[in-house]
Design a protein around this ligand. Sequence first.
Ligand code: FAD
Length: 647
Amino acid sequence: MACTQQFKKLFQPGRIGKMEIKNRIVMAPMATGFAELDGRYSQRQIDWYVARAKGGAGLIEFEACVVEKEICTLVQFPFNAMDTTLQIPRANELTMAVHDYGAKISIQLSLSQGKNSLGGSVENPPISASAIPSFMNPDILCRPLSIEEIKKLIQAFADACERAVWAGFDMISIHNHSGYLLDQFISPLWNKRNDEYGGDFEGRMRFPVELISAARAKVGADFPIGFRLGIDLKLEGARTHEEGLEICRHLEAAGVDVFNIDQGCPEAMPVSIAPCYYPYGLWVEDAASVKQVVGIPVITSGNNYRPDFAEKILEEGKADFILMGRPLIADPELPNKAKEGRVEEIRPCTRCNEDCIWGLMTLKGVACQVNATAGKERYYAIAPATKPKRVMVIGGGPAGMEAARVAALKGHNIVLYEKKHELGGQIRAGSKFPFRSELADLINYFRVALEKLGVKVEMGKEVTPELIAASRPEVVVVATGATPTIPAIPGIKNERVITIEDLMLNKKATGDVIIVAGGGIVGCETALFLAQEGKKLTIVETLPAAYDMNWISRMALLEMLFDKGVTISNGTIKEITEEGLIATDPEGKDQTLKADTIILALGSESENKLAKNLEDEIKELYVVGDCVTPGNLRKAIHEGFVAGWRI
Ligand SMILES: Cc1cc2nc3c(=O)[nH]c(=O)nc-3n(C[C@H](O)[C@H](O)[C@H](O)COP(=O)(O)OP(=O)(O)OC[C@H]3O[C@@H](n4cnc5c(N)ncnc54)[C@H](O)[C@@H]3O)c2cc1C
């Protein structure tokens, strides 16, 4: 094992209270949607957390668990609980398995989302500090908790802490993320009470302070208790930075051992789960300012997977621990790879939000665009093949590269053919957008993986039926992808019409006034890139702009397009002219738009001729990715994985 000592700070042991942690990487608490319906800890969750413990994270923060269900009636989707002793056996299986790999595990105990709860009705409204509008349905007013209910919740929380210790957890984390119930008591924007749990700062802090002291009484003086807090909720009137720091001082005095500092709330969602369009380390300065006013450790998020970025935060003394969420979904082995200096082998999180947070919000559970095994660690375990086979993979896009990687891991002999002189397929063009640099890292990850696994890569070689017949492979994986759609619109052959590949890879000049034809994610990202370069942009799209992406990232992307003055024109292109184009708007009126260049982002068409020819010729044939139907990176990688895994 080559240990480069490259990331000295990241792999230095750290302490929270009296608990020693082997390194500074903390896995973020992230609801998976994998809990059993009665709140028990499922085998799927145990597999998920064990993979990340095995991968080298120092501290695992187990996802939010509710402590009570009679007052907190609107708990959503499969959510874990610690409300009865019946939760202990499975939870203990989990903590023991995580401990087997030398990681510590904390449990995030939650009083639920309060005003942010899904569902609810006038008869059964969400609970909160005050009668404020429900976030999900502002026509419903929340039900303020009575003093008796607050006391009951504090007792339930303390009892859950006791069970958690019994189950083998090493730390309690108080769930105060994103303006959840407890935070609704702390912030004057949501707490309008005039009893002892409201009013001035002392009153608004009473609930968390009493909660901490009740927890402390159950767990003892030496057991670490953490608190998650958004110093800046990014919402007018919710909290000033100065007040955030005052809250930290107050909670430290109340007995908190570590702060996990974040930002945002549901009203400002993209900030909480930063998409690729935002810079790295959005919350780092907040953590640094908390460090100035408290004497206990502070955890911050780097918002990216790069260990050098994390190392720098630690070196500059801006935080004591680095929280990693999505990067550990994308690659559970990230810490071990970083420790061993194998940075290029880390599978990068692309910060797309498509399958992790959006998978959760759409009730499918967490998955990952770049890691097909995320959430299916047991099912998709890779076992060595009983008989190695000679496999030909056609296409060096994501689908082909993933199929080759996985089949090689199983011990098969692979030759991958790519007709161009570079790997990456369609994502090569996208990887040139500065805000998409993780796509370039992803291509490099595949390149390094294939090289290390001994996959023979034949570049600049187009596979034909003759080449297949001559090579006589036992297995063929066709991953020939797709090419841009060029619709039969009058004038489309005009030389001012170019594709994204022309723009990004062939460096075709554009002039200053540009129309992007097609406003799906790819068109919108192209427009953002050019607008950031100072060009004047119009997107023409029939459907709502960026209709094909999750709404968290979409909110951020549309806001940035708006800030850059990009015009989004709702219409269907009718004709390309010498001046620009004519588009028909929803009322049927023709609009003439001028442009120096028109960039086509109208989707793609499958390149499936080769696959069709092989159907009767090859006994073991897999056809994967965009050449089946045009899709996205997740579909391509997932189908590639499954093909490699089945061979
Ligand atoms: C600009 C752009 C940005 C994008 N960004 C994103 C994104 O951020 N997220 C996302 O989810 N999706 C994105 N997509 C879509 C995504 O890139 C595709 O869904 C994905 O690349 C499909 O992968 P694939 O391997 O099936 O096909 P492709 O990427 O099309 O790769 C197929 C490869 O096969 C090669 N090939 C074809 N025929 C032969 C042959 N006969 N012999 C040898 N080689 C051959 C091609 O040269 C090509 O390299 C983007 C698409 C574009 C155009």
